[in-house]
Design a protein around this ligand. Structure first.
Ligand code: SF4
Length: 79
């Protein structure tokens, strides 16, 4: 799966980094500026936790099988 962060939405809460510092990167000001990144399927649970933890709904999961389809906090939350 691919993990993408909407940089325009990110407000630097660092919740993603606290959950998964091996996946998410923050810049010197605490904003997540990571590029779209391929993440192993084994990390899905922690990435979904980060999606739910991000108050700005800035973290997006793009599934390999659904090219062009993406999930954000709303769909992970089931809303
Ligand atoms: S939790 Fe969301 S808003 Fe906060 S740094 Fe991570 S991506 Fe940005």
């Amino acid at each position: 799966m691919r993990v993408r962060v909407d940089h325009a939405r990110c407000q630097g809460h660092a919740r993603c980094f606290k959950l998964a510092p091996h996946i998410f990167e923050l810049d010197e000001d605490g904003y997540n500026r990571m590029p779209p990144t391929e993440v192993d399927e084994s990390q899905r649970d922690i990435v979904e936790r980060a999606v739910l933890a991000c108050p700005e709904r800035a973290i997006i999961i793009e599934d390999d099988a659904d090219e062009g389809d993406s999930r954000n906090a709303q769909s992970v939350r089931g809303g």
